[in-house]
Design a protein. Structure first.
Length: 152
């Protein structure tokens, strides 16, 4: 499985990484997604746990489900770790509802007046970061050469 977050590049999912990102809003960013290897099924969270809990939804096949209320960090961690392990216990412990148009995990209470699709991380994110890093490296090298030539 792959783990993605708003401010974290896709990585192989581990229990340690899940715990780390759930515990740190700055590392996780606005959302976190745990994708099954087939790329179709996923579990995702969004929101600020301190304000109104994490909002969670998941997709299996062509069906989506969500929790009507936010959950604590401990509950989110439990759900993510069970999903990672392949266990289905998290499905029966919480009151999942079918995902319907108009539900949005970014708003308290979840209800909005517009439908939304599951969010996705842009595919070009990794390339963009690489290009920026290379440009910065070249600028630093150029400035170092200029500084060296001025000193000698």
């Amino acid at each position: 499985m792959k783990l993605e977050a708003a401010d974290y590049l896709p990585s192989p999912a581990t229990p340690e990484l899940i715990r780390e990102l759930l515990a740190d809003d700055r590392k996780r960013g606005e959302y976190m997604i745990l994708n099954r290897d087939d790329g179709n099924d996923f579990l995702q969270i969004a929101g600020d746990c301190a304000k109104d809990g994490f909002h969670i939804e998941y997709r299996e096949g062509d069906q989506m489900f969500c929790l009507p209320n936010g959950v604590s960090q401990a509950e989110a961690e439990s759900i993510f770790l069970e999903y990672l392990s392949g266990s289905d216990g998290w499905k029966t412990r919480f009151p999942w509802e079918p995902f319907s148009p108009g539900f949005n995990i970014f708003f308290p209470g979840g209800k909005t007046s517009f439908p939304r699709e599951p969010f996705e991380v842009p595919k070009h994110t990794g390339r963009s970061i690489l290009v920026v890093a290379l440009v910065i490296a070249f600028v630093c090298a150029y400035l170092a050469m200029k500084f060296y030539s001025l000193m000698h």
